[in-house]
Every structure is written in C-alpha cells, then in structure tokens.
Design a binder for this molecule. Structure first.
Ligand SMILES: [Fe+2]
Length: 180
C-alpha cells in the first residue's frame, strides 16, 4: 500500500522550486539591467559626441533610444524587487555582471563606428531577452515574459533604425531639390 502523501511536503517542494526559479530569473534580469545601463550610458555619450553630416538625425535618434533605455532600466529593477530580490545599483556592480563592453572612447569615434557598436549591442540584448523569455514562459511567469517581449521589440526596432543609417550613409548628403 502506498504511504499517504503529506501535502506539506509537496508544498515545501513547490515553494522551493518557485523560489529557485525566482532567484534564477532575478539573476538573469540583473544581468539584463546591467547591460541596459551600459547601453544607456553609451548611447547618451554618443548623443553628446556624435559629429558629421548626419549629426542632427543621429543626435535625435540616440536621444530617443537612451530615454527608452532609462525607463526600461527602472521597470527591470522594479521587477527584480517584485520577485523578492535587491537590484544592482552601482557602476561597480553593473560592470561586474554585464556582458556588454563599456565605451570609454566615444569622443574620438566616427558616427559609423558608433552605429556599428550600437547595432551589435542591441543584437546581444535581443538574444539575451529571448533566452530569459523562454525561461519565464516555461514557468508561466507572464509579467517577466511580457516585459522582455517589449524589450525585444525595442531592440529590434533600434537595430533597424541604426542599420538604416549604415545601409547608405551618403544618401542624406544629396544636394537639396532644385539645385541640379
Ligand atoms: Fe541632449
């Protein structure tokens, strides 16, 4: 005869699984937060230091992107807190856990180098978000999955916008209509 199951044991096991999932997803979100912070600082520095014939459009585009990153960083930190963990909040912590590289040379970069750098960073963060979405969906954690799906949309759109400047960088340099 099968021994009677103690419902408490099952609850403890369920709680343990839940808390280990929460710890795991909070760690992944902390990595995403750190990367987003580095990308935020980098994008803002490019907004300040970009030069060249596309200055106005890039200056504005970088500003739109760093503002979006700033809001997402806050939302990400608050999600980590809602899961029951403390959010990283210093440059020392961010650089330790981030996978993106910090940019220390923005004042001497060309606009093309800036665009290349940001395209690659958005690609990395999109992949990172996709991996954590998979983890969250398996556990039916819709709140985390929804946040990261919106981040994927942002990173994909940003890549498209940045890439469009790289595609034909001289198009915007055509003389105005009526001159030829
Ligand atoms: Fe500004």
């Amino acid at each position: 005869m099968e021994p009677a199951r103690n419902p408490t044991d099952r609850n403890i096991a369920g709680e343990y699984e839940l808390s280990s999932y929460k710890a795991e997803v909070a760690r992944e979100l902390s990595g995403y937060l750190a990367d987003s912070y580095l990308l935020y600082v980098k994008t803002q520095a490019f907004h300040w230091n970009v030069v060249g014939q596309h200055f106005i459009s890039l200056h504005k585009l970088f500003e739109e992107q760093y503002r979006d990153l700033s809001e997402a960083i806050d939302e990400c930190a608050e999600r980590i807190r809602a899961l029951g963990f403390k959010a990283p909040g210093s440059f020392a912590e961010f650089t330790e856990i981030a996978s993106l590289k910090e940019e220390t040379n923005s004042s001497s970069m060309s606009d093309r180098e800036m665009l290349d750098r940001l395209v690659n960073d958005h690609k990395s963060l999109c992949q990172k978000a996709a991996a954590v979405i998979g983890m969250a969906e398996k556990r039916n954690d819709k709140v985390t999955a929804d946040f990261l799906i919106r981040r994927q949309q942002f990173h994909e759109k940003s890549r498209w916008m940045l890439d469009s400047h790289l595609e034909k960088p001289d198009d915007l340099g055509l003389p105005p209509r009526g001159i030829n």
